[in-house]
Design a protein around this ligand. Structure first.
Ligand code: FAD
Length: 393
């Protein structure tokens, strides 16, 4: 029988991994992908939907391309992993055996990180940090906000998926509100003292949305202490903030199945071997994307896609004896601040014995001219089209 690769999670990392192994092994590996949802809605570009630059349907990707590409797509949830027996238990009942396993479940939330806020409150105060309905809800709430209302965001502590994501979201919310509710205010209660591309976002907010955005670090607020969902208030050590719309993004950890499979460490994420993305705890398992501790690489869709290609090469080599080359990891995170005002940060990475280490990096500069910013935005459109085709076929 052909050796079998089972992939848990059909997001940025898992879909890429399944597709690449099925394609490049020429049928020599039986590839099974386990993913509960029928349509994957990307978090990447979901802020552009919020800002009115994309429609919702453009974020959705089905699994037909993977199925016709030779992947056995099983729409189910992985309920458990027996690493000794090398089987995955499906929520619907059966076990499925693997020779190699890839675990790419993305993130779950630390529901105890913000007192007063739990999973039962995610409709009253959406996190919108997983794709799909939560993003639609947050947009609808912003559109319905009373004139002059206050949008409060609680930005998460490190490490979390998409370091510039909260601040791109602030930009896109400001863009929307400037048009439909120009006296509205945005207050960001941050759990960090600084953030990704801070100088670029601060410059953009002052330029495009003067007076609308207030970013408050813990040195000012003394930290978020408690959320009262019924009263729509956030208590900090210093003050109480009343929200008309609240976007609460809790602290994060690897998707639960990674923890259940015993692949996480005390950080809540999964240690890996830098050159192959193999779990540091089990050589038969690869961990991809947000669930992994990927050294200097940020948690992003671009990173997950890049890691999946390295892991696909390593798995093929192990299962079919094909050649391995040193992995080439890279990432770029684009953010849109306002119409045609795109910025980016990125790097290339190498696997050292110790970690995935940044070898060179770049970042947009403050004061860049409008033509360059427009070009950066257009580059991001090409990236989205290209990478989603690379993931889903
Ligand atoms: P995911 O893409 O989340 O995929 C995980 C999949 O696993 C899901 O489909 C889930 O259903 C499935 N799953 C979970 N548990 C199980 C289980 N037990 N059994 C079976 N399946 C399971 N990244 C960028 O590169 N560029 C951007 O511009 C960008 N913008 C972002 C903006 C926002 C607002 C957010 C929130 C994120 C953004 N990201 C961006 C980050 C990006 O979305 C994530 O880093 C990326 O999706 C991680 O890929 P992943 O494969 O690890 O997880």
């Amino acid at each position: 029988a052909r050796p079998r690769l089972v992939v848990i999670g059909g997001g940025a990392g898992g879909a890429t991994m399944a597709r690449y192994v099925a394609r490049d092994a020429g049928g020599a590996v039986d590839v099974v992908l386990i993913e509960p949802t029928r349509t994957y809605y990307t978090c990447f570009f979901s802020n552009l939907y919020l800002g009115g630059f994309r429609d919702y349907d453009s974020l959705g990707h089905g699994y037909g391309g993977l199925a016709t590409g030779g992947v056995n797509v099983v729409h189910d949830t992985a309920a458990g992993v027996d690493r000794d027996a090398r089987t995955v238990r499906l929520a619907s009942g059966p076990d499925i055996a693997y020779d190699a396993l890839a675990v790419a479940p993305g993130i779950d939330f630390r529901w105890d990180s913000l007192p007063g806020y739990g999973v039962e409150h995610q409709n009253a105060m959406p996190h919108a940090w997983k794709g799909g309905s939560q993003t639609q809800l947050l947009k609808a709430q912003l559109e319905a906000m009373r004139p002059g209302g206050v949008f409060v965001m609680i930005a998460p502590p490190n490490p979390y998926r998409c370091p510039p994501g909260p601040y791109e979201r602030v930009s896109m919310a400001a863009h929307l509100l400037t048009q439909i509710n120009p006296t509205a205010k945005i207050i960001v209660l941050d759990t960090k003292k600084s953030f990704s591309k801070q100088a670029l976002f601060s410059e953009g907010w002052a330029q495009h949305y003067p007076g609308m955005v207030d970013w408050l670090p813990p040195s000012i607020t003394e930290g978020v202490q408690r959320i009262d969902v019924a009263a729509m208030t956030v208590e900090t050590g210093f003050d109480s903030f009343k929200a008309d719309v609240a976007n609460v993004i809790p602290a994060q950890k690897a998707g639960r199945i990674a923890e259940a499979a015993g692949l996480t460490d005390d950080s809540g994420f999964c240690p890996i071997v830098p050159a192959t993305m193999q779990s540091a705890l089990d050589e038969n398992v690869h961990v991809l994307g947000d669930a992994a501790i990927a050294g200097d690489m940020p948690k992003s869709g671009f990173s997950a896609n890049s890691q999946a290609k390295a892991a696909a090469m390593a798995v093929r080599a192990r299962l079919t004896g094909s050649r391995v080359f040193p992995p080439r990891y890279s990432n770029t995170c684009w953010s849109l601040i306002a119409t045609d005002d795109g910025v980016k940060v990125g790097a290339r990475y190498e696997a050292t014995g110790e970690k995935i280490a940044s070898v060179d990096s770049f970042i947009s500069q403050t004061g860049e001219d409008a033509a360059l910013r427009k070009q950066t935005y257009e580059e991001s459109l090409g990236w989205y089209a290209g990478i989603t085709a690379d993931m889903f076929g």
